[in-house]
Design a protein around this ligand. Sequence first.
Ligand code: ZN
Length: 462
Amino acid sequence: MAQAAECDVVIRAGWLVPADEDRTTITDAAIAVTGDRIVAVGTRKELAHWQAGRVIDLPGAALMPGFVDGHNHLFQALAKGLGEGQSIWPWLCNFMWPYAMEMSPSDARAAARLGAVEAARSGITTIVDNHYAPTDLDTTLAVADAIEDAGLRGAVARGILGRRSEVGVKRGQPEPLYRYDSSDELAITREAIAARPPGSRVEVWPGPVNLSYLDQDLMAASIDLARELGTKWHTHCSEGSKDPDTYLEFYGVRPVEWLAREGLLDARATLAHAIWLDDAELDAIAAAGAAVAHNPTSNAYLASGSMRLGDMLSRGITVALGTDGPSCGHRQDPFECMKQAISIQRLATLDPTALRASEALRLGTAHGGDYTGFDVGRLRVGALADIVAVDLSAAHTQPVHDPHSTLVNSAVASDVVLTMVAGSIVFADGQMQTLDEADVIAEANEAAHHLISRNPALAGVS
Ligand SMILES: [Zn+2]
């Protein structure tokens, strides 16, 4: 018999899915946590010698790593339910950019708080938030605070736009969207990173908004800033079907090809969407060790396209899942994203093995951890204790033959019963443990109401 060992918390559950390479399932499982780290994982019997300050018993639940939302825009949470029935570019021009221009700092903060609560309740422990409205220093840091105050971790990729490029003019982007010149963008981002440097619970990264229309010099300078300060960087990459063609027309090169040619594509890159890529671009991403965020629900909702997921995974590319914010899917639901990713791949390839449930679960967790650089996304000894418990005892999740399949194909976000981040319980017993949820919802509703009364056309676009 093993010698007694002490820890802070032991959680026991019916199943544990560590999201490892072998797609292991442990039944009658337990996990031990001390401080912010996992100290033991195994069967309940194997962990019997652990003496815990607190024991949580969830026999009807499965434990899994916290989800990583690899691409979000929390500021969009006040526009849930609006902007229906448009493809990506008209949606941006007619709806999202006018909404973004209407946002006040307090609106952005209220939206981020609401979105962070939804994320925590859905089992998301890490958010990469591409924040682009408004992007003054205080608001950028307030969004980071909102994520941290909810108890979550992540990164705010501060949206960098600079001055409107020729591509932006041609594609009809509104001039008022562009508030800062390049040097101001870089200076504010530098200051925000200084306030939340690498290693912070919520970091700040440069987020040059979109590779397909951003000024090339500013794109390069944003990446240089990430290299200088040791952060990752984040951008939208060939989300719209016309993005590569427009880029080719202006610059004579495809967007990712340009990044690679200039030596800008690197392992710090987190590329959102990455739908319309050719083989050479996929090879370049793989060679650089760059990572991608796949946003299946948004890609379907905005009719953007189906990503070449199989071609990425076979090249060894890290592919996180993202919700793309509350306006592009109207729910920050990682379960929906996993299932949508499967459906889209199977429909696009007519291959029922295109993405298996266990692989989809690894995209939402282990790949997400690699994508962000945080030691999360796998339940293993030494990793950060970002742990989620999903109740599988309801009619829609019974019987459980294979927990991977049940979690991906049957469970929904509201089945999450416990969310732990770095060893602290953020959501349990049906309520947030970190803040007053009713207050957050009331504040967001009031902000949303005022915002729409300032620009009623936003509610009319549907
Ligand atoms: Zn996006």
